[in-house]
Design a protein. Structure first.
Length: 483
C-alpha cells in the first residue's frame, strides 16, 4: 500500500510538467491518475465509499481554503473586493437559480432536486483559476477579480448545497428557517473567523519557541480550533477559516515566512490527495448513461447561467463588455463541486450515483473547454500584460520572532532610470541591505560599484515601511524612448 501511495505522489508531481506545457488545469491530471488506477480502468485500487470521501474531503478543504485566504493580499482584495465578493455571493446565487430552474424545466426533475444539482456546480475553482491566471499573463484587474472570486465563492456554494439537501431531507421545518440559518452560517462564519484570527495572532505573538516547527503545529491547531468552534455553533467553518486565513495572511507575526511555506506544502499535498481520491471514486463506464445531461448542464452553465450572473453582478462596477465576457468564460469548475457531489449520496438522496456522475463529467468538461481556452481568449481581447520573470533562486528571511524587517524581491523594470546606475549612487540608506542580485539566472554578490541591468532581480533586506520608497528609487523614473 505504501509503495502504491508513493508511486501515485511521484506520478502526480511529474504530471504537472505535462499539464503545464499543454495548458491543462492540474486537477485534470490528478483526477486522470485516480481514474486510471481506479476500479474502472486498471483496477489497482477499488474505492466507492462516497460517505468516507465526503468526510476526508471536508478535512482537506479546511486547509486548502485556509491557504487560499492566506494568499489573498489586502491590496488585491481591496482593489476588486466589490465585484469579486458580489460574484462570490450574488453571482453564485444567480448561477444556481438560473441553472436550477432550467434543469427543472428541461429534465422535469423535482425543483429542490434541480437546485441541489445547480448549487453543487455553482462555484468556480480556486486551484484551477489560480493556475490558469498564473500561467497566462492576464491583465491584473481581471486576473485578480477571478482569483479572489474563486477563493471566496466556495463557501456560498457549500451553504446553498447543504441548505437544499436539508430541505430535501426535511431537516428544516420551513424554508424560512433555512434562509435564516443560511445568513447565520455566513455572518457567523465571518465573525468566528475574525475572533479566531485575533486569538491566533495573540498566541503567535506571545509564544517564544526556538523550534520553528512548533509554529507549524500551532497553526494547524488554530485552524482546526476555529473550524471546530464554527461547527459547534452551527456557523460555516469553511467561511470562518477562509477569512481567518485572509486576516492572518495580511498580518505580521513570528515565523510567518516559515508558516507560509508549510501551509503551501500542506495545501499542495492535500490538493493532490483530494483530486486523486475523487478520481478513484469515479466510474467512467457510467458516463455513457449521463453524458447528454452533463453536456446540456455545462452548456447552460457556460452560455446562460454564468453570463447572466456576471452581467447582473458587475452592473455597479466599471467593466467593459469584453472584460465581462472574459469573466464569464473564467467560471472554471473544479474540486469543490466534485466534493459537494458526494453530499447527496452521503445524505441518502443520490443512491444511483446520477448526481455525482453528472457533476463529475460536467466539471471535467468545464476544465477541458474553459481551462484550456481562457488564456487564448485573453490574448484575443488584448488583455495580456508583461509579467515579471520568476527568479530561479529565492532568498528569504526566516524569523521566529516578530520583526518589521523582511527580505523583499524587487525587479528592475524595462526602461528604468536605474539601468547602468551604480548601487552606491542610489543612496538607499544605512537601514537597507542589497543581499543579492539575480541576473540571467545567476546570483551576483552586489558591491557599491555594481551597475543595475534591465530585468535584474534584487533581494533587499529592509523595513516594510521603506520598501515602496526603495522600489520608487529603482523604477519611478523611466528612460526616454529613443523615438
Amino acid at each position: 500500500m505504501l509503495l502504491f501511495i508513493s508511486l501515485l505522489i511521484v506520478l502526480s508531481i511529474l504530471s504537472t510538467k505535462v499539464s503545464t506545457k499543454i495548458g491543462l488545469p492540474l486537477l485534470i491530471g490528478f483526477i486522470l491518475i485516480g481514474i486510471i488506477v481506479g476500479s474502472d480502468v486498471l483496477n489497482l485500487f477499488y474505492f466507492d465509499n462516497a460517505l468516507l470521501t465526503k468526510h476526508i474531503a471536508d478535512v482537506l478543504l479546511i486547509f486548502i481554503i485556509f491557504d487560499g485566504g492566506f494568499r489573498v493580499t489586502r491590496e488585491s482584495f481591496q482593489s476588486v473586493a466589490g465585484p469579486s465578493l458580489t460574484l462570490a455571493t450574488l453571482g453564485v446565487i444567480l448561477t444556481s437559480a438560473t441553472l436550477g430552474i432550467l434543469i427543472h424545466f428541461i429534465f422535469g426533475f423535482d425543483l429542490v432536486y434541480s437546485f441541489i444539482i445547480s448549487s453543487i456546480i455553482s462555484s468556480t475553482d480556486a486551484a484551477a483559476v489560480f493556475m490558469i491566471t498564473k500561467a497566462n499573463p492576464i491583465k491584473n484587474k481581471l486576473a485578480t477579480t477571478l482569483n479572489v472570486e474563486s477563493a471566496a465563492n466556495d463557501p456560498m456554494a457549500i451553504l446553498l448545497t447543504i441548505a437544499f439537501i436539508q430541505i430535501a431531507t426535511n431537516a428544516f421545518e420551513s424554508p424560512v428557517l433555512a434562509i435564516v440559518a443560511l445568513f447565520w452560517q455566513f455572518l457567523g462564519g465571518i465573525g468566528i473567523g475574525f475572533v479566531g484570527y485575533k486569538l491566533s495572532l495573540f498566541v503567535f505573538n506571545h509564544i517564544r519557541s526556538d523550534n520553528r516547527s512548533n509554529y507549524n503545529v500551532l497553526i494547524l491547531g488554530c485552524i482546526l480550533f476555529v473550524f471546530g468552534v464554527s461547527d459547534l455553533l452551527k456557523a460555516n467553518g469553511i467561511i470562518a477559516v477562509f477569512f481567518m486565513g485572509y486576516w492572518l495572511g495580511n498580518s505580521n507575526f513570528p515565523a510567518k515566512r516559515n508558516v507560509s511555506s508549510f501551509l503551501e506544502s500542506i495545501a499542495t499535498i492535500f490538493n493532490i490527495s483530494l483530486f486523486i481520491m475523487l478520481g478513484l471514486l469515479a466510474f467512467p463506464t457510467r458516463f455513457i448513461y449521463i453524458w447528454k445531461e452533463a453536456l446540456i448542464i455545462v452548456g447552460i452553465m457556460m452560455f446562460v447561467a454564468r453570463p447572466i450572473a456576471v452581467l447582473i453582478s458587475t452592473l455597479p462596477f466599471s467593466y467593459t463588455m469584453k472584460e465581462k465576457i472574459l469573466l464569464m468564460w473564467g467560471g472554471v469548475k473544479g474540486a469543490v463541486p466534485i466534493v459537494l457531489a458526494t453530499y447527496p449520496a452521503a445524505s441518502g438522496i443520490d443512491s444511483d450515483g446520477f448526481i455525482f456522475d453528472t457533476i463529475f463529467f460536467a466539471v471535467f468538461l468545464s476544465c477541458i473547454i474553459q481551462g484550456t481556452t481562457l488564456g487564448q481568449l485573453a490574448k484575443l481581447f488584448n488583455f495580456t500584460e508583461r509579467r515579471k520573470p520568476d527568479s530561479p533562486h529565492t532568498v528569504e528571511l526566516h524569523s521566529i520572532q516578530k520583526s518589521d524587517v523582511d527580505m523583499y524581491e524587487l525587479h528592475v523594470e524595462e526602461k528604468s532610470a536605474s539601468i547602468n546606475t551604480r548601487l552606491s549612487e542610489l543612496k538607499f540608506g544605512k537601514e537597507v541591505v542589497i543581499s543579492s542580485i539575480v541576473r540571467d539566472g545567476k546570483i551576483i554578490m552586489p558591491k557599491g560599484y555594481t551597475k543595475l541591468k534591465e530585468n535584474d532581480i534584487l533581494y533587499v533586506l529592509a523595513k516594510s515601511a521603506h520598501i515602496d520608497e526603495i522600489d520608487a528609487k529603482i523604477n519611478s523614473r523611466l528612460l526616454l524612448d529613443p523615438q
